[in-house]
Design a protein around this ligand. Structure first.
Ligand SMILES: Cc1ncc(COP(=O)(O)O)c(C=O)c1O
Length: 341
């Protein structure tokens, strides 16, 4: 423990003043510390409460800023790239091509690129989003659109009955409303409209225990033609780092393929944390239809929001067309990502 100081006491006062202003997502369970600075893996905390209030702690960040800062705080290359980007890159929007974005996409998805083996440019489209939640929302939106024939402006008869989205108990997919409907957590679902229950065009989420192959088989046996999509965290993060048994993910992907079900991989937490970029694998990579990546790509730097005005969704959704990979990126993070790799 470090010495308490005048400076840390003033941090306590400041943090306490702001506590009530800051929306508490955690229902009063926020940890009683304030982070006053961070470098690399080291974070300086000050206690907010108790007899030691005002005393300092040196804490090792083993969580990568809750999965947003894989390279630690204040990495010099990232800082350099951020400054360079602020000074030079201008806006990055969906309406116009961007040099930094092009550089990154080519270095990741074209032949010879970092992710070419798994996500070749010929098979995937990429969309930048601001957050993991938005990536999951977009995946859900695209999945729902596969039931709709945009050219004839009518439902595909053979897909219309596919209303079931399979999600897993304990999973976390984000805060936005559609994402929250994919969580089986009463607390977070409070206040949510109950899945548009009577509407034949709506979706219905079914929750199964994570990693239970027999239950999964049974589910597909009973519902095969009604399942639209499966949404899975390859390793459940918020549930307590739950690794599924060997074979589970591969079998899940097989069942999806057999029954023409879209497989959405939520890699927001797992991305670049397991020794590989992607955790959806079972010895060998398991290809998802719609992978959604995490904020580690921009190293948690979000001084600005890049609000994209929406993508042309239907253009990417015929059975033969390339699939979509979501790379939640905030403004200027293209340069950050290129710099990181
Ligand atoms: C697996 C998973 N999906 C989605 C999200 C939502 O990401 P974001 O907080 O960037 O919206 C999170 C956030 O922790 C997550 O862990």
């Amino acid at each position: 423990m470090l010495q308490s100081s005048l400076e840390s006491q003033s941090c306590v006062d400041l943090a306490k003043r702001a506590v009530d202003i800051h929306l508490d997502h955690y229902g009063g369970k926020r940890l009683p510390y304030v982070c006053v600075s961070a470098t690399g893996l080291r974070q300086r905390f000050v206690r907010l409460e108790g007899p030691d209030a005002g005393s300092e702690l040196d804490v090792m960040d083993a969580g990568g800023g809750y999965a947003s800062a894989c390279l630690g705080a204040g990495h010099p290359d990232i800082c350099k790239a951020a400054v360079h980007s602020l000074e030079n890159d201008g806006y990055v929007t969906d309406e116009i091509a961007s040099k930094v974005r092009s550089d990154l996409l080519i270095s990741l998805f074209e032949e010879g690129g970092y992710w070419y083996d798994r996500f070749p440019a010929s098979k995937y489209h990429v969309s930048g989003r601001n957050s993991g939640s938005e990536g999951v929302e977009l995946a859900l939106r695209l999945a729902l659109e596969t039931r709709w024939d945009a050219r004839r402006m009518c439902w595909y008869n053979e897909r219309r009955q596919r209303r079931l989205i399979l999600a897993f108990e304990g999973a976390w997919h984000g805060w936005t409303s559609a994402g929250v409907s994919l969580l089986n957590r009463t607390y977070f679902r409070r206040g949510l409209v109950d899945e548009l229950a009577g509407d034949p065009n709506s979706w219905q989420v079914v929750f199964l225990p994570f990693g239970e192959s027999a239950i999964l088989e049974e589910f597909f046996k009973n519902n095969k033609d009604n399942v639209l999509a499966v949404l899975v965290e390859p390793i459940q993060g918020d549930a307590g780092i739950v690794v599924p048994p060997k074979g589970f993910l591969r079998r899940m992907a097989e069942l999806c393929r057999i029954h023409e079900v879209l497989l959405i991989a939520d890699e927001v937490l797992t991305f670049a944390k397991t020794g590989d970029f992607f955790a959806l694998q079972d010895d060998d990579p398991v290809p998802p239809t719609l992978p959604s990546l995490g904020r580690a790509l921009d190293s948690g730097l979000a001084p600005f929001q890049w609000s994209s005005p929406g993508v042309s969704l239907t253009s990417v959704q015929s059975a033969e067309s390339p699939r979509v990979i979501f790379v939640p990126l905030r403004v200027r993070s293209y340069r950050l990502a290129s710099t990181a790799w």
